[in-house]
Design a protein around this ligand. Sequence first.
Ligand code: NAD
Ligand code: MG
Length: 392
Amino acid sequence: MQAITLLGATGSIGESTLDVIARHPDKYEVFALTGNLQIEKLAAQCLRHGAQFAVVNDAAGADKLRGLLKDSGCKTEVLFGAEALCQVASAVQVDTVMAAIVGAAGLLPTMAAVTTGKKILLANKESLVMAGDLFMRAVTASGSMLLPIDSEHNAIFQCLPADYSQPELSGISKLLLSASGGPFRGWSAQQMQGITPEQACAHPNWSMGRKISVDSATLMNKGLELIEACWLFNVSPQQVEVVVHPQSVIHSLVQYRDGSVLAQLGNPDMRTPIAHALAWPDRIESGVADLNLFEVARLDFERPDMQSFLCLQLAFDAAAAGGDAPAILNAANEIAVQAFLDGRIGFAQIPQVVDNTLSGLGISEPDSLHGVQESDQKARHHSAKYISQIEL
Ligand code: NAD
Ligand code: MG
Protein backbone atom coordinates (compact mmCIF):
# COMPACT_ATOMS: atom_id res chain seq x y z
CA MET A 1 0.00 0.00 0.00
CA GLN A 2 1.40 3.42 -1.01
CA ALA A 3 0.49 6.31 1.33
CA ILE A 4 0.08 9.48 -0.68
CA THR A 5 0.16 13.20 0.06
CA LEU A 6 -1.53 15.20 -2.66
CA LEU A 7 -0.35 18.81 -2.73
CA GLY A 8 -2.92 20.82 -4.71
CA ALA A 9 -5.71 18.22 -4.43
CA THR A 10 -8.47 20.63 -5.47
CA GLY A 11 -6.85 21.50 -8.83
CA SER A 12 -7.12 19.87 -12.22
CA ILE A 13 -4.17 17.50 -11.64
CA GLY A 14 -5.34 16.87 -8.07
CA GLU A 15 -8.79 15.77 -9.24
CA SER A 16 -7.35 13.51 -11.96
CA THR A 17 -5.00 11.95 -9.41
CA LEU A 18 -7.87 11.19 -7.01
CA ASP A 19 -9.82 9.67 -9.91
CA VAL A 20 -6.96 7.22 -10.62
CA ILE A 21 -6.33 6.48 -6.93
CA ALA A 22 -10.01 5.68 -6.33
CA ARG A 23 -9.83 2.96 -9.01
CA HIS A 24 -7.19 1.09 -6.95
CA PRO A 25 -8.14 1.09 -3.26
CA ASP A 26 -5.96 -2.01 -2.76
CA LYS A 27 -2.81 -0.10 -3.84
CA TYR A 28 -3.11 3.52 -2.69
CA GLU A 29 -4.32 5.34 0.40
CA VAL A 30 -4.57 9.09 0.90
CA PHE A 31 -2.51 10.44 3.79
CA ALA A 32 -3.02 14.19 3.21
CA LEU A 33 -4.89 16.49 0.83
CA THR A 34 -4.16 20.20 0.45
CA GLY A 35 -6.05 23.08 -1.14
CA ASN A 36 -6.17 26.83 -1.10
CA LEU A 37 -9.50 28.54 -1.85
CA GLN A 38 -11.95 25.73 -2.67
CA ILE A 39 -12.78 24.64 0.87
CA GLU A 40 -16.09 22.89 0.02
CA LYS A 41 -14.38 20.83 -2.65
CA LEU A 42 -11.57 19.89 -0.25
CA ALA A 43 -14.14 18.84 2.37
CA ALA A 44 -15.88 16.58 -0.17
CA GLN A 45 -12.52 15.06 -1.14
CA CYS A 46 -11.63 14.36 2.51
CA LEU A 47 -14.96 12.59 3.00
CA ARG A 48 -14.69 10.58 -0.19
CA HIS A 49 -11.01 9.57 0.18
CA GLY A 50 -10.60 9.36 3.98
CA ALA A 51 -7.54 11.63 4.31
CA GLN A 52 -5.81 11.65 7.70
CA PHE A 53 -4.80 15.32 7.26
CA ALA A 54 -6.02 18.28 5.24
CA VAL A 55 -4.03 21.50 4.85
CA VAL A 56 -5.29 24.93 3.78
CA ASN A 57 -3.50 28.28 3.62
CA ASP A 58 -4.97 30.23 6.53
CA ALA A 59 -6.82 30.00 9.86
CA ALA A 60 -10.15 31.17 8.40
CA GLY A 61 -10.05 28.42 5.75
CA ALA A 62 -9.12 25.86 8.40
CA ASP A 63 -12.08 26.89 10.62
CA LYS A 64 -14.45 26.63 7.69
CA LEU A 65 -13.11 23.21 6.70
CA ARG A 66 -13.28 21.92 10.30
CA GLY A 67 -16.91 23.04 10.47
CA LEU A 68 -17.84 21.28 7.24
CA LEU A 69 -16.05 18.07 8.25
CA LYS A 70 -17.49 18.01 11.77
CA ASP A 71 -21.04 18.22 10.45
CA SER A 72 -20.34 15.07 8.42
CA GLY A 73 -18.60 13.15 11.23
CA CYS A 74 -15.28 13.02 9.32
CA LYS A 75 -12.07 12.43 11.33
CA THR A 76 -9.62 14.29 9.06
CA GLU A 77 -7.32 16.56 11.08
CA VAL A 78 -7.13 20.09 9.64
CA LEU A 79 -3.89 22.12 9.60
CA PHE A 80 -2.98 25.40 7.93
CA GLY A 81 -0.01 27.38 6.68
CA ALA A 82 3.24 26.89 4.76
CA GLU A 83 4.91 24.89 7.54
CA ALA A 84 2.00 22.42 7.64
CA LEU A 85 2.27 21.90 3.87
CA CYS A 86 5.92 20.90 4.34
CA GLN A 87 5.00 18.63 7.27
CA VAL A 88 2.46 16.57 5.31
CA ALA A 89 4.90 16.37 2.37
CA SER A 90 7.71 15.00 4.53
CA ALA A 91 5.86 12.96 7.20
CA VAL A 92 7.43 9.58 7.91
CA GLN A 93 4.14 7.75 7.10
CA VAL A 94 4.19 9.09 3.49
CA ASP A 95 5.65 7.09 0.57
CA THR A 96 4.61 9.25 -2.40
CA VAL A 97 3.98 12.96 -2.90
CA MET A 98 2.06 14.32 -5.86
CA ALA A 99 3.39 17.89 -6.28
CA ALA A 100 0.45 19.62 -7.99
CA ILE A 101 0.32 23.09 -6.46
CA VAL A 102 0.49 25.69 -9.23
CA GLY A 103 3.40 28.15 -9.36
CA ALA A 104 6.17 29.14 -6.99
CA ALA A 105 3.95 28.31 -3.98
CA GLY A 106 4.81 24.66 -4.70
CA LEU A 107 8.56 25.08 -4.22
CA LEU A 108 8.99 24.61 -0.46
CA PRO A 109 6.59 21.69 0.09
CA THR A 110 7.96 19.90 -2.99
CA MET A 111 11.50 20.39 -1.71
CA ALA A 112 10.43 19.09 1.71
CA ALA A 113 9.32 15.88 0.00
CA VAL A 114 12.52 15.68 -2.05
CA THR A 115 14.88 16.13 0.89
CA THR A 116 13.09 13.42 2.87
CA GLY A 117 13.50 10.90 0.02
CA LYS A 118 9.85 10.50 -1.01
CA LYS A 119 8.78 9.20 -4.38
CA ILE A 120 7.95 12.48 -6.17
CA LEU A 121 5.31 12.74 -8.87
CA LEU A 122 6.20 16.15 -10.29
CA ALA A 123 3.46 18.24 -11.90
CA ASN A 124 4.66 21.55 -10.38
CA LYS A 125 7.19 22.33 -13.14
CA GLU A 126 7.70 25.83 -11.69
CA SER A 127 9.70 24.43 -8.74
CA LEU A 128 12.18 22.77 -11.11
CA VAL A 129 12.37 25.90 -13.29
CA MET A 130 13.10 28.06 -10.24
CA ALA A 131 15.57 25.86 -8.42
CA GLY A 132 16.65 23.15 -10.89
CA ASP A 133 20.21 22.78 -9.70
CA LEU A 134 19.37 22.62 -5.97
CA PHE A 135 16.35 20.42 -6.70
CA MET A 136 18.30 17.82 -8.70
CA ARG A 137 21.16 17.80 -6.17
CA ALA A 138 18.64 17.16 -3.38
CA VAL A 139 17.09 14.30 -5.40
CA THR A 140 20.53 12.66 -5.74
CA ALA A 141 21.43 13.24 -2.09
CA SER A 142 18.19 11.81 -0.68
CA GLY A 143 17.73 9.01 -3.22
CA SER A 144 14.22 10.23 -4.14
CA MET A 145 12.55 8.65 -7.16
CA LEU A 146 11.52 11.55 -9.40
CA LEU A 147 8.77 10.78 -11.93
CA PRO A 148 7.53 13.48 -14.34
CA ILE A 149 3.78 14.07 -14.60
CA ASP A 150 3.96 16.73 -17.32
CA SER A 151 2.70 14.71 -20.29
CA GLU A 152 5.69 15.59 -22.52
CA HIS A 153 8.30 14.69 -19.89
CA ASN A 154 6.43 11.59 -18.89
CA ALA A 155 6.45 10.58 -22.57
CA ILE A 156 10.21 11.18 -22.85
CA PHE A 157 10.78 9.24 -19.63
CA GLN A 158 8.87 6.32 -21.16
CA CYS A 159 11.00 6.47 -24.34
CA LEU A 160 14.36 6.52 -22.53
CA PRO A 161 16.32 3.42 -21.56
CA ALA A 162 15.73 2.24 -17.96
CA ASP A 163 19.34 2.97 -16.93
CA TYR A 164 19.40 6.45 -18.50
CA SER A 165 21.83 8.95 -16.96
CA GLN A 166 22.83 11.24 -19.83
CA PRO A 167 22.24 11.42 -23.60
CA GLU A 168 25.79 10.71 -24.75
CA LEU A 169 25.91 7.39 -22.89
CA SER A 170 22.53 6.29 -24.22
CA GLY A 171 23.02 7.20 -27.90
CA ILE A 172 20.44 10.00 -27.82
CA SER A 173 20.83 12.88 -30.27
CA LYS A 174 17.78 14.99 -29.42
CA LEU A 175 14.63 15.25 -27.32
CA LEU A 176 11.60 16.34 -29.35
CA LEU A 177 9.17 18.21 -27.10
CA SER A 178 5.58 18.21 -28.38
CA ALA A 179 3.52 21.40 -28.24
CA SER A 180 -0.13 21.67 -29.25
CA GLY A 181 0.46 25.30 -30.25
CA GLY A 182 -2.42 26.40 -27.99
CA PRO A 183 -5.64 28.16 -29.02
CA PHE A 184 -3.85 30.85 -31.08
CA ARG A 185 -1.64 28.66 -33.25
CA GLY A 186 -1.09 30.37 -36.61
CA TRP A 187 -2.15 33.82 -35.31
CA SER A 188 0.11 36.82 -35.89
CA ALA A 189 1.20 39.12 -33.04
CA GLN A 190 -1.20 41.71 -34.50
CA GLN A 191 -4.18 39.30 -34.35
CA MET A 192 -3.39 38.48 -30.71
CA GLN A 193 -3.85 42.07 -29.48
CA GLY A 194 -7.40 41.84 -28.13
CA ILE A 195 -7.46 38.31 -26.71
CA THR A 196 -9.61 37.89 -23.56
CA PRO A 197 -8.85 35.61 -20.57
CA GLU A 198 -11.79 33.38 -21.59
CA GLN A 199 -10.35 32.88 -25.09
CA ALA A 200 -6.89 32.19 -23.66
CA CYS A 201 -8.19 29.62 -21.16
CA ALA A 202 -10.15 27.65 -23.80
CA HIS A 203 -7.48 25.13 -24.78
CA PRO A 204 -8.34 23.04 -27.86
CA ASN A 205 -7.16 19.65 -26.43
CA TRP A 206 -6.44 19.80 -22.68
CA SER A 207 -8.60 20.82 -19.70
CA MET A 208 -6.31 22.54 -17.16
CA GLY A 209 -6.09 25.23 -14.45
CA ARG A 210 -6.22 28.87 -15.57
CA LYS A 211 -2.55 29.73 -15.10
CA ILE A 212 -1.20 26.82 -17.17
CA SER A 213 -3.95 27.44 -19.76
CA VAL A 214 -2.68 31.01 -20.30
CA ASP A 215 0.91 29.68 -20.34
CA SER A 216 -0.14 27.24 -23.07
CA ALA A 217 -1.68 30.08 -25.07
CA THR A 218 1.49 32.25 -24.90
CA LEU A 219 3.76 29.16 -25.34
CA MET A 220 5.46 30.10 -22.05
CA ASN A 221 4.33 26.67 -20.91
CA LYS A 222 6.57 25.13 -23.58
CA GLY A 223 9.39 27.42 -22.48
CA LEU A 224 9.02 26.29 -18.85
CA GLU A 225 8.91 22.71 -20.12
CA LEU A 226 12.13 23.20 -22.07
CA ILE A 227 13.88 24.24 -18.83
CA GLU A 228 12.17 21.37 -16.99
CA ALA A 229 13.44 18.89 -19.61
CA CYS A 230 17.03 20.17 -19.31
CA TRP A 231 17.06 19.45 -15.57
CA LEU A 232 15.12 16.19 -15.63
CA PHE A 233 17.11 14.59 -18.43
CA ASN A 234 20.51 16.25 -18.02
CA VAL A 235 20.49 17.87 -21.50
CA SER A 236 21.37 21.34 -22.81
CA PRO A 237 18.71 23.59 -24.44
CA GLN A 238 20.36 22.83 -27.83
CA GLN A 239 19.49 19.15 -27.37
CA VAL A 240 15.77 19.93 -27.11
CA GLU A 241 13.62 20.82 -30.12
CA VAL A 242 10.03 22.04 -29.81
CA VAL A 243 7.69 20.41 -32.34
CA VAL A 244 4.21 21.85 -32.76
CA HIS A 245 1.80 18.94 -33.14
CA PRO A 246 -1.80 20.23 -33.04
CA GLN A 247 -3.54 16.88 -32.41
CA SER A 248 -1.77 16.33 -29.01
CA VAL A 249 -1.64 12.58 -29.59
CA ILE A 250 2.15 12.15 -29.68
CA HIS A 251 3.16 13.49 -26.27
CA SER A 252 6.89 13.76 -27.11
CA LEU A 253 9.70 11.81 -28.80
CA VAL A 254 13.33 10.76 -28.34
CA GLN A 255 15.64 10.72 -31.35
CA TYR A 256 18.56 8.26 -31.20
CA ARG A 257 21.94 8.39 -32.96
CA ASP A 258 21.10 5.37 -35.16
CA GLY A 259 18.08 7.11 -36.73
CA SER A 260 15.44 5.57 -34.47
CA VAL A 261 12.81 7.89 -33.05
CA LEU A 262 10.70 6.59 -30.15
CA ALA A 263 7.42 8.29 -29.29
CA GLN A 264 4.71 7.87 -26.67
CA LEU A 265 1.12 8.27 -27.90
CA GLY A 266 -2.23 8.43 -26.17
CA ASN A 267 -5.41 10.44 -25.80
CA PRO A 268 -4.78 13.85 -24.21
CA ASP A 269 -5.84 12.93 -20.66
CA MET A 270 -3.53 13.54 -17.68
CA ARG A 271 -4.71 10.34 -15.99
CA THR A 272 -2.31 8.41 -18.27
CA PRO A 273 0.94 10.03 -17.00
CA ILE A 274 -0.49 10.06 -13.45
CA ALA A 275 -1.26 6.32 -13.55
CA HIS A 276 2.12 5.64 -15.16
CA ALA A 277 4.00 7.46 -12.41
CA LEU A 278 1.86 6.11 -9.56
CA ALA A 279 2.39 2.49 -10.59
CA TRP A 280 5.85 2.71 -12.15
CA PRO A 281 7.40 0.33 -13.12
CA ASP A 282 4.06 -1.52 -13.25
CA ARG A 283 1.08 -0.47 -15.37
CA ILE A 284 -2.42 0.09 -13.98
CA GLU A 285 -5.80 0.98 -15.42
CA SER A 286 -6.27 4.79 -15.58
CA GLY A 287 -9.81 5.27 -16.86
CA VAL A 288 -8.50 6.75 -20.14
CA ALA A 289 -10.15 5.46 -23.32
CA ASP A 290 -8.00 3.47 -25.76
CA LEU A 291 -6.46 5.57 -28.51
CA ASN A 292 -8.32 5.06 -31.78
CA LEU A 293 -5.81 5.76 -34.56
CA PHE A 294 -8.52 5.53 -37.22
CA GLU A 295 -10.39 8.37 -35.54
CA VAL A 296 -7.17 10.39 -35.17
CA ALA A 297 -6.48 9.69 -38.87
CA ARG A 298 -3.60 12.15 -39.26
CA LEU A 299 -0.70 13.62 -37.30
CA ASP A 300 0.68 17.06 -38.27
CA PHE A 301 3.91 18.80 -37.30
CA GLU A 302 5.10 22.43 -37.57
CA ARG A 303 7.96 24.56 -36.31
CA PRO A 304 7.02 26.97 -33.49
CA ASP A 305 6.59 30.63 -34.43
CA MET A 306 8.98 32.28 -31.97
CA GLN A 307 8.40 35.72 -33.51
CA SER A 308 4.71 35.83 -32.64
CA PHE A 309 5.12 33.79 -29.44
CA LEU A 310 7.89 35.76 -27.77
CA CYS A 311 7.55 33.92 -24.45
CA LEU A 312 9.09 30.79 -25.95
CA GLN A 313 12.12 32.75 -27.15
CA LEU A 314 12.46 34.42 -23.74
CA ALA A 315 12.48 31.01 -22.06
CA PHE A 316 15.16 29.68 -24.45
CA ASP A 317 17.23 32.79 -23.64
CA ALA A 318 16.75 32.35 -19.87
CA ALA A 319 17.72 28.68 -20.13
CA ALA A 320 20.91 29.65 -21.97
CA ALA A 321 21.69 32.45 -19.49
CA GLY A 322 21.37 30.07 -16.50
CA GLY A 323 21.77 31.19 -12.88
CA ASP A 324 18.55 32.70 -11.55
CA ALA A 325 17.32 33.80 -15.03
CA PRO A 326 14.73 30.95 -15.14
CA ALA A 327 13.50 31.89 -11.61
CA ILE A 328 13.14 35.52 -12.73
CA LEU A 329 11.35 34.44 -15.93
CA ASN A 330 8.97 32.28 -13.90
CA ALA A 331 8.17 34.94 -11.29
CA ALA A 332 7.64 37.69 -13.89
CA ASN A 333 5.39 35.35 -15.86
CA GLU A 334 3.27 34.49 -12.80
CA ILE A 335 2.75 38.18 -12.06
CA ALA A 336 2.01 38.99 -15.72
CA VAL A 337 -0.45 36.10 -16.14
CA GLN A 338 -2.34 37.12 -13.00
CA ALA A 339 -2.48 40.74 -14.24
CA PHE A 340 -3.83 39.50 -17.59
CA LEU A 341 -6.45 37.29 -15.89
CA ASP A 342 -7.47 40.30 -13.74
CA GLY A 343 -7.93 42.43 -16.89
CA ARG A 344 -5.09 44.82 -15.98
CA ILE A 345 -2.87 44.12 -19.01
CA GLY A 346 -3.44 42.70 -22.48
CA PHE A 347 -2.34 39.26 -23.69
CA ALA A 348 0.46 40.74 -25.83
CA GLN A 349 1.88 42.51 -22.78
CA ILE A 350 2.69 39.26 -20.96
CA PRO A 351 6.02 38.80 -22.84
CA GLN A 352 6.72 42.54 -22.45
CA VAL A 353 6.56 42.22 -18.66
CA VAL A 354 8.80 39.15 -18.67
CA ASP A 355 11.29 40.76 -21.06
CA ASN A 356 11.42 44.02 -19.10
CA THR A 357 12.01 42.12 -15.83
CA LEU A 358 14.72 39.87 -17.25
CA SER A 359 16.58 42.76 -18.85
CA GLY A 360 16.10 45.03 -15.80
CA LEU A 361 17.60 42.62 -13.27
CA GLY A 362 21.14 41.21 -13.19
CA ILE A 363 21.65 37.45 -13.12
CA SER A 364 23.01 35.86 -9.95
CA GLU A 365 23.79 32.25 -8.96
CA PRO A 366 21.75 31.45 -5.84
CA ASP A 367 23.27 28.62 -3.80
CA SER A 368 20.34 28.13 -1.42
CA LEU A 369 16.55 28.02 -1.52
CA HIS A 370 16.60 31.30 0.36
CA GLY A 371 18.63 32.82 -2.50
CA VAL A 372 16.14 31.47 -5.06
CA GLN A 373 13.27 33.00 -3.11
CA GLU A 374 15.08 36.34 -3.02
CA SER A 375 15.40 36.26 -6.84
CA ASP A 376 11.73 35.33 -7.08
CA GLN A 377 10.68 38.23 -4.81
CA LYS A 378 12.92 40.71 -6.61
CA ALA A 379 11.39 39.73 -9.96
CA ARG A 380 7.82 39.92 -8.62
CA HIS A 381 8.49 43.39 -7.29
CA HIS A 382 10.03 44.58 -10.57
CA SER A 383 7.18 43.12 -12.69
CA ALA A 384 4.45 44.55 -10.47
CA LYS A 385 6.05 48.00 -10.70
CA TYR A 386 6.34 47.76 -14.49
CA ILE A 387 2.72 46.60 -14.78
CA SER A 388 1.54 49.60 -12.73
CA GLN A 389 3.14 51.82 -15.41
CA ILE A 390 1.57 50.06 -18.41
CA GLU A 391 -1.84 49.08 -16.97
CA LEU A 392 -4.80 49.37 -19.33
P1 NAD B 1 -5.07 24.34 -10.79
O1 NAD B 1 -5.10 25.82 -10.80
O2 NAD B 1 -6.23 23.59 -11.34
O3 NAD B 1 -4.82 23.82 -9.29
C1 NAD B 1 -3.82 24.36 -8.49
C2 NAD B 1 -3.80 23.75 -7.10
O4 NAD B 1 -2.82 24.46 -6.32
C3 NAD B 1 -5.14 23.89 -6.34
O5 NAD B 1 -5.33 22.76 -5.52
C4 NAD B 1 -4.91 25.12 -5.47
O6 NAD B 1 -5.69 25.11 -4.28
C5 NAD B 1 -3.44 25.00 -5.14
N1 NAD B 1 -2.82 26.31 -4.87
C6 NAD B 1 -2.84 27.40 -5.67
N2 NAD B 1 -2.18 28.42 -5.09
C7 NAD B 1 -1.72 27.95 -3.90
C8 NAD B 1 -0.98 28.53 -2.83
N3 NAD B 1 -0.56 29.81 -2.87
N4 NAD B 1 -0.67 27.76 -1.76
C9 NAD B 1 -1.10 26.47 -1.70
N5 NAD B 1 -1.82 25.87 -2.68
C10 NAD B 1 -2.12 26.61 -3.75
O7 NAD B 1 -3.72 23.91 -11.55
P2 NAD B 1 -3.40 22.56 -12.36
O8 NAD B 1 -3.83 22.72 -13.78
O9 NAD B 1 -3.89 21.37 -11.60
O10 NAD B 1 -1.80 22.60 -12.36
C11 NAD B 1 -1.06 22.24 -11.21
C12 NAD B 1 0.42 22.11 -11.58
O11 NAD B 1 0.55 21.04 -12.50
C13 NAD B 1 0.98 23.35 -12.28
O12 NAD B 1 2.32 23.53 -11.89
C14 NAD B 1 0.91 22.99 -13.76
O13 NAD B 1 1.90 23.63 -14.53
C15 NAD B 1 1.16 21.49 -13.70
N6 NAD B 1 0.61 20.75 -14.84
C16 NAD B 1 -0.74 20.74 -15.05
C17 NAD B 1 -1.26 20.05 -16.14
C18 NAD B 1 -2.74 19.97 -16.39
O14 NAD B 1 -3.16 19.30 -17.32
N7 NAD B 1 -3.58 20.62 -15.60
C19 NAD B 1 -0.39 19.38 -17.02
C20 NAD B 1 0.97 19.43 -16.78
C21 NAD B 1 1.47 20.11 -15.67
MG1 MG C 1 2.95 19.68 -20.53
